[in-house]
Design a protein around this ligand. Structure first.
Ligand SMILES: Nc1nc2c(ncn2[C@@H]2O[C@H](COP(=O)(O)OP(=O)(O)OP(=O)(O)O)[C@@H](O)[C@H]2O)c(=O)[nH]1
Ligand SMILES: [Mg+2]
Length: 320
């Protein structure tokens, strides 16, 4: 892709052409150099989206909730985009593709844009791809973006935590497991969604969540706890309202900008990390890397000393 093509593509994205946006997202996913050019071309669009990160255990009903929220948005005549993040994993791959098809039936509506993005979570790729994708959606004029993540690894947590509002989806019947769920997952919640509220154990879960939240510092946002039966769209309006209430709270406290910085920091760190990893790889493959490994093997230098030398070489522009 030549830089001329990128400029033209960016212009079409900024003009709101759906096909151009879809193409741009594919390029962002696949080619970081093109991503840099595209993002630079979008850079001054001055448009910002409200992002809603949705996380929870596999099968909790995140995608079903996303569908319900899409219906809620269109019922209110609001435009809403969805990014379904697909960490590359043989375990989750099939499920995600199924979700995507289900959500895309909602996407015949021009007020809705649904896209799944693939990234290698192990390499922190989700953290790099998500901010790039959100900026493309913003450039195309989407005012809101739902971000569904699968799994509760660090990379997914980073992504949802960088959203304007983070939804943690839980199911009744987990009982004691709430305590067992990674503390990190509960900590990032701005809204708790008890989905599958048609099942037993709703009161127990609600009680557990209330106790958890009661222990948080008073100046902190108190996450509302909403109940949903997502496949029947029950509770979608309440979830929508809870997202709005959190956003209003951030706005009132002047914290929207701080959330925005956190989001940008996520992208910054992830992209820089990718660069640094590539540089490390390059040094290791060079003569300097070979010599370093030899000195390590012969005991001439220690592992910590070797790592300092390696990092220093990788940090130089013309490494190796
Ligand atoms: N009984 C009941 N079933 C539900 C509810 N919401 C979703 N489900 C069902 O739960 C299953 C999983 O729903 P998904 O929306 O795919 O869950 P998910 O969290 O997106 O799953 P992954 O993306 O694989 O992590 C589906 O069979 C849904 O129909 C609910 O409120 N009540
Ligand atoms: Mg899903």
């Amino acid at each position: 892709v030549s830089s001329i093509d990128v400029e033209a593509l960016a212009a079409r994205v900024l003009a709101g052409e759906r096909a151009a946006l879809a193409r741009a997202l594919t390029l962002l996913e696949r080619d970081r150099e093109v991503a840099l050019q595209l993002d630079a071309a979008f850079g001054r669009s001055g448009r910002y989206a409200c992002t809603v990160g949705i996380t929870g255990a596999p099968g909790a009903g995140k995608s079903t909730l996303v569908s319900a929220l899409l219906a809620e948005a269109t019922a209110r005549d609001q435009r809403l985009a969805v990014l379904a993040l697909d960490p590359v994993s043989p375990l989750t791959r099939g499920a995600i593709l199924g979700d995507r098809l289900r959500m895309e039936s909602a996407a015949a509506d021009e007020r809705v844009f649904v896209r799944s993005m693939t990234a290698d979570a192990r390499a922190g790729g989700l953290s790099a791809v998500t901010p790039l994708a959100v900026r493309a959606l913003e450039a195309a004029g989407w005012p809101g973006v739902l971000i569904e993540t699968v799994g509760v690894g660090q990379s997914e947590l980073d992504v949802v935590e960088a959203a304007t509002t983070t939804l943690v989806v839980l199911n009744p019947g987990w009982g004691d497991e709430v305590q067992a769920v990674k503390a990190g997952l509960m900590e990032v919640a701005d809204v708790f969604v008890i989905n599958k509220a048609d099942r037993e154990g709703v009161e127990e879960l609600q009680h557990d969540l209330e106790r958890l939240v009661a222990a948080w510092p008073a100046r902190r946002w108190r996450p509302p706890i909403v109940r949903t039966v997502a496949h029947q769209r029950l509770g979608a309006a309440e979830t929508w309202a809870a997202i709005g209430a959190h956003r209003a709270w951030l706005e009132q406290r002047g914290e929207l900008a701080a959330r925005r910085r956190r989001f940008l920091e996520l992208g910054l760190r992830a992209l820089a990390r990718e660069r640094f990893d590539a540089a490390l790889q390059e040094v290791l493959g060079s003569a300097a890397g070979e010599s370093l490994l030899q000195r390590l093997a012969s005991g001439e230098i220690s592992l910590p000393a070797g790592s300092i030398e390696l990092a220093a070489r990788a940090a130089q522009p013309a490494a190796g």
